[in-house]
Design a binder for this molecule. Structure first.
Ligand code: HEM
Length: 392
């Protein structure tokens, strides 16, 4: 008996909190989010119970209107693609064997015999592509709206780390696990690059230990080290987004409406609940898209690796590095990565004016343009040229 009024009071307090957070006192979206409109009905009572026990209403905090447009949900869509990739990865890991003598056979087992193996493997591969493409599009949005400017420079750097991690940690190690010809060549590249890095590359080289071969070590990286780092960086990214709030639009900032790079409370008239709902909706679209692609374009499994040959190109995601490799040898991969990621790291420190519209930031307009043209041209050259032998 004594607990009931306390829970009711807590609910009332939380409702007031979300009204205060909205600044305009209407709490319209908070009510929609919590389903309070249907109080008295069975689903309404169930939802009320969930709210009071979990505090989910706290998600209905105020955000600027533009935060709920697709451009500002691209990061959330990338997040959903990562979640789908993790869930499908857990499924196929039940059937994968990282022993080099059995790895490729186990991938064939996943594709042809395991329960839902082909669909889950396809969803895993395609959601990984969607995550990389989503992260790049999200970064382009942040770049165009100059959201990396003070006070969000550190979050831009965390983002660069996330991009590197999903492209070279998750995606790359995943490619090697297939243990066909392309996978094997990717791993040999990994080892040659490690030797170029000297002491820094030790961990990624074959010589690090004689007790476990490279494939099981890359598997451990793929299923534990990389996901742990990803969780750590995502927590930092999300903390900083919450701490600084979503950046104002370039027009709002240049009109002086956002002192300190943040819209005042009374201008934040939308709800994060809407953002979260849209994110879940787009997440279902990503799942549907990955599932459809899994059926229409199942992930290929090449011939068993032959160490004497070099016959494949990497995944299209790395095409921009393959052409520099043809020009400079394996060093070319390193040069391409250093130039690309080095420029990304420099962005917030090169562009320090308060101007936010892209057309008023000629240096960034030029840098962005040069990068897009260079990446496109390098990718096209790789696509139209025959395979070249790069390895010693
Ligand atoms: C794994 C990849 C990533 C995930 C899951 C992710 C997630 C998010 C989410 C959910 C937001 C909130 C708003 C939005 O969606 O735009 C955001 C904001 C932000 N992200 Fe990312 N992000 C990723 C990669 C990146 C990259 C590659 C960069 C840049 C190099 C970056 C820089 C930023 C910045 C500066 C903000 C604040 C933007 C603002 O306040 O307008 N993120 N991110």
């Amino acid at each position: 008996m004594a607990l009931a009024p306390a829970a009711g009071q807590r609910r009332q307090d939380m409702a007031q909190d979300s009204e205060i957070a909205r600044g305009d006192g209407t709490a319209r979206s908070a009510r929609t989010f919590t389903g309070a409109g249907q109080r008295g009905t069975r689903p309404g009572r169930l939802w009320g119970w969930i709210e009071s026990r979990t505090g989910i209403r706290a998600l209905a905090y105020a955000v600027p209107e533009h935060a709920n447009t697709i451009w500002y949900i691209l990061g959330g869509i990338t997040f959903m693609a990562i979640l789908i990739s993790v869930a499908s990865g857990v499924w196929i890991a039940q059937y994968y064997n990282p022993d080099p003598a059995a790895a490729r056979e186990s991938v064939l087992f996943i594709q042809n015999e395991a329960l839902l193996g082909d669909v889950m493997r396809g969803i895993h591969i395609w959601s990984a592509y969607i995550a990389v493409i989503g992260a790049v599009l999200h970064m382009v949005r942040v770049f165009i709206t100059a959201s990396y400017k003070a006070p969000r420079e550190v979050n831009w750097l965390v983002g660069v780390g996330l991009l590197g991690l999903i492209m070279f940690g998750a995606f790359f190690t995943g490619t090697v696990l297939r243990w066909d010809q392309e996978a094997y060549e990717a791993m040999v590249h990994n080892m040659e690059l490690a030797s170029l890095l000297g002491a820094f590359g030790g961990f990624f080289s074959d010589a690090f230990t004689t007790s476990v071969s490279m494939l099981p070590r890359l598997y451990i990286a793929h299923v534990s080290i990389v996901p742990l780092l990803l969780v750590f960086l995502l927590i930092a990214h999300i903390f900083l987004i919450k701490y600084h709030g979503i950046s104002p639009t370039p027009a709002q900032e240049e009109a002086g409406e956002a002192p300190g790079g943040k819209l005042p409370k009374e201008r934040q008239t939308a709800s994060y609940a809407t953002h979260a709902r849209k994110m879940l909706g787009y997440g279902l679209v990503v799942l549907g898209l990955a599932g459809t692609l899994a059926v229409l374009l199942p992930g290929a499994i090449g011939a068993a690796p032959d160490p004497a040959m070099e016959i494949t190109k990497p995944s299209p995601i790395y095409y921009w590095m393959y052409t520099p490799e043809a020009w400079f040898g394996v060093n070319g991969v390193l040069y391409a990565a250093i130039v690309f990621f080095g420029l990304l790291v420099l962005v917030p420190f090169l562009d320090r004016t308060p101007l936010r519209r892209l057309r008023r930031r000629p240096l960034m307009l030029g840098l962005g343009g040069v990068l897009v043209v260079a990446l496109t041209v390098l990718t096209i050259i790789t696509a139209v040229t025959p395979v070249v032998s790069h390895l010693e």
